[in-house]
Design a protein around this ligand. Structure first.
Ligand code: FES
Length: 702
């Protein structure tokens, strides 16, 4: 038995000693095969199934140490002929229902479908025993996407139920010493030490539990919580601190399942909308960083309280937490002034992972809980990107993978198992709807999907909050309440791509004014033109149009994103990528085809462009429920080569070339097979504006 490595390891030593005593009186042996592992062996009649499993190295869970309390050790005895194993069994293969099982069923619910407690049932004849997934310590959480990593569960904190020797006048010793003795003798956890936070409640818990307690032990070495009696659930909180929103997932540490989730606006928004304005706030206001730290820490405690309430537990039951975030958020959570991240050379205070006491962060969870903070990769590539890398695992793949997490700063990782590079690109907030005349956040009423008929040049669209297209019956009725209020990031990308495919816009991003003769949707707007996407039925609602300035804002953002990726491809000496992962909330709403039509990303087989959703949150959960994942990402981050786009002369050249749609020079053969791209080099129809565009490009690039 290796109590230190199992969530809660198998039978306690006490039980094994008893078993050995019983076994010494037995002579007949029986054969047993465990599935799905296929492990097999011979044991004396009367051996508890759990003991046999442990001896064969079969993975079966336990919290109570084989006392018939926790129900974690359930197994399914097979009945019938198992030709493959050469065993035929019936109900007599195991002992009849034991007193322990009857007690368990009365207290904690029936054992359904012939299930048995393996710590109680004993082997009586040849047996085939199936260990269901939920009874395995190292269980895996089912993945949602075919290529998504399986979440292996092997948390840092595990629960152990023990019976502690009572104090004795003749043998004076402290209560913790006797608790430690019990953990050593029953679970092989020798030399455990107490977290100082448990000491005020230790004596109360031991006496309330009548000397039977459940201890939460971290890394098999430190007791971080003690409850009276038996407790079988351990929880952790994985938090992704974004500049705009903070997302928290309360997770069952033993099953890996999310039991409650909550999101909140980052309260730091009142100090500045985007990252740089928060860094400026800190520079301009003495004590500003302290204020922002206090605000985000209060939000972390509130999220812990909210998710705990949703799951019906106390925040103090949260024994472990993981935090990821971009470098500025990372620093502010840790109480570090982010001022150095505001300018070259963008030095991080810390580029390693960190494990600290929750109390240091004023986090109102278990007083003995620790917080693991993933490492930042570079000054502009944060712990959130590290979490994305952990979740997407390019370091384990052969194919050349490009991962982009689009925000005000795009975080970009390129590589495979041989080599990894990372950079960030200053995309600005245009993709989030800022700087766009009708732009808004993704919220009900925002246009998120757009199609333009290439013949009639008429658009149709969908808004968030309705499943109908705008040309369908009932659309007007359905959207009357939510309204049609603006365009969100995915909507602006689709409308621009569709305008380009319908030739309403040239490859230089100029709205073609001559198309005004073919459609009344093209309207003059000063010296340039706009495309009217939505004309409201009444004057109270806004008209939604795409202006020339909107297009420029998106061109600048997408050129920055592409140039960052291209720079990494240069370093990697590759002209192609085999897989593109779009991470982040925004990435999960973009249709890959449109991202490619705009040239946000390099050409790639379309079915290899994947929206990874909240990959940073997934990575945070992986680090929460699997301590090996922490070692893995720390190793990967150490190996990632950091590229600073700001000092690379090639970045500007790539940026200028990437202003065109999809790109001035790069070919898009995979995309060309999926859509009819307008031929390259189509004449620019608005020379005045094109000149202005070039001027702006030079400014932006230089
Ligand atoms: Fe706890 Fe069997 S090990 S019930």
């Amino acid at each position: 038995m290796t109590g230190g490595n199992a969530v809660v390891a198998g039978p306690s030593k006490t039980q094994e000693t008893n078993d050995n005593h019983k076994n010494s009186e037995m002579t007949d042996t029986v054969r047993v095969v465990f599935t799905p592992s296929g492990r097999r062996g011979e044991f004396p009649v009367g051996t508890p199934v759990l003991t046999a499993a442990r001896k064969l190295g079969v993975d079966i869970d336990s919290v109570c140490g084989g006392r018939g309390i926790c129900g974690r050790c359930k197994v399914d005895p097979g009945i019938g002929a198992f030709a493959k194993h050469g065993i035929t069994t019936d109900e007599t293969a195991l002992s009849g229902r034991t007193a322990g099982e009857t007690r368990y069923a009365a207290k904690r619910g029936k054992l359904e479908g012939g299930r048995r407690l393996s710590c109680q049932a004993t082997l009586q004849a040849d047996a085939v025993i199936d260990v269901p997934a939920e009874s395995q310590v190292h269980r895996q959480v089912v993945r949602k996407r075919a290529d998504e990593r399986v979440l292996d569960v092997d948390p840092q904190v595990k629960l152990h139920y023990v019976e502690v020797r009572e104090p004795d006048m003749h043998d004076p010793s402290g209560d913790f010493r006797r608790l430690a003795e019990a953990l050593a003798s029953e679970w092989d956890l020798s030399g455990v030490r107490p977290h100082p936070a448990i000491l005020p409640g230790l004596q109360i818990a031991l006496r309330k539990g009548k000397w039977a307690v459940t201890a939460a032990v971290k890394d098999g070495a430190e007791v971080i919580a003690v409850w009276p009696g038996f407790k079988d659930k351990a929880y952790g909180l994985a938090v992704d601190v974004g500049s705009t929103t903070i997302a928290a997932h309360l997770t069952d540490l033993e099953s890996g399942a999310v039991v409650a989730a909550s999101g909140a606006m980052n309260p730091q928004i009142r100090f500045g909308e985007d990252l740089m304005s928060r860094v400026s706030y800190s520079m301009m206001n003495p004590g500003g960083a302290v204020e922002m730290t206090a605000a985000v820490r209060e939000a972390l405690s509130q999220l812990a309280a909210d998710t705990a309430a949703e799951a019906g537990i106390a925040p103090e039951d949260i024994l472990s937490a993981v935090v990821v975030g971009n470098p500025v958020m990372h620093h502010l959570v840790l109480g570090i002034d982010p001022v150095e991240l505001g300018g070259a050379p963008f030095a991080l205070a810390l580029d390693e992972a960190l494990e600290i006491d929750a109390r240091t962060l004023d986090w109102r969870i278990a007083p003995g809980a620790s917080v693991y903070v993933l490492p930042c990769i570079a000054g502009h590539v944060g712990a959130d990107a590290a979490a994305v890398a952990l979740a997407e695992a390019p370091h384990k793949a052969e194919e050349m993978t490009l991962i982009v997490d689009v925000g005000t700063n795009a975080e970009i990782i390129l590589g495979n198992r041989h080599r990894l590079l990372a950079a960030s690109s200053p995309t600005g907030p245009a993709f989030e709807g800022a700087q766009i005349s009708s732009g808004q956040r993704a919220a009900p009423g925002a246009i998120e999907r757009v199609r333009i008929d290439p013949e009639t040049l008429e658009p149709k669209f969908k808004v968030i909050g309705s499943d109908l297209w705008s040309d369908e019956d009932d659309f007007a009725e359905e959207t009357r309440k939510i309204g049609i209020t603006g365009i969100c990031g995915s909507g602006i990308i689709e409308v621009l791509a569709e305008m380009f495919l319908a030739r309403l816009m040239t490859e230089d991003g100029v709205i073609d004014g001559t198309k005004g003769s073919a459609t009344d949707r093209i309207v003059a707007d000063g010296r340039t033109f706009s495309y009217v996407l939505h004309r409201p039925a009444n004057d109270a609602d806004p008209e939604i149009r795409v202006t020339q300035n909107d297009i420029r804002a998106i061109q600048l953002a997408k050129a920055a994103l592409y140039a960052g990726a291209r720079l990494l491809m240069d370093r990697m000496e590759t002209d192609t990528v085999e897989k593109v992962v779009l991470a982040g909330a925004f990435g999960s709403h973009i249709e890959p085809k449109y991202a490619m039509v705009l040239g946000m990303i390099p050409d790639c087989p379309l079915d290899k462009v994947i929206a990874a959703g909240n990959a940073a949150g997934t990575g945070a959960r992986m680090a929460l429920v699997n301590k090996q994942a922490r070692a893995e990402i720390e190793d990967v981050v150490r190996r990632i080569e950091k590229v600073e786009t700001a000092v690379e002369p090639a970045f500007q050249a790539h940026f200028v070339e990437a202003m065109a749609l999809p790109h001035k020079t790069a070919d898009y053969p995979n995309l060309a097979r999926a859509v009819r791209l307008p031929p390259k080099g189509a004449a620019t129809r608005m020379p005045d504006d094109a000149t202005g565009g070039r001027r702006r490009r030079r400014r932006a690039a230089g």
